[in-house]
Design a protein around this ligand. Structure first.
Ligand SMILES: [Zn+2]
Ligand SMILES: [Zn+2]
Length: 75
């Protein structure tokens, strides 16, 4: 390893991986320009707590307010 850190940029709503030029999240389809996206290292991202979506049961980040799989808002 060359010690190069790799960061991931995350949608502020579903915490899905997005590109810094993304306007609409490809996962939850929300406009990501209204909120600052999150940035963390791949390692941090891999270690973030995941919880099952209350609608589809897929593992999503605990921080996510919207499921990146079914697009439903968590309550
Ligand atoms: Zn999203
Ligand atoms: Zn879901």
């Amino acid at each position: 390893m060359a010690g190069k850190k790799s960061f991931v940029i995350l949608c502020p709503y579903c915490m899905g991986e997005i590109d810094e030029t993304t306007e609409f999240c490809p996962h939850c389809k929300q406009d990501t320009r209204n909120d600052a996206p999150l940035e963390m290292t791949r390692e941090e991202y891999a270690q973030e707590t995941r919880v099952p979506c209350i609608f589809c049961g897929k593992p999503i980040l605990e921080l996510a307010t919207t499921c990146p799989f079914c697009g439903k808002r968590q309550q």
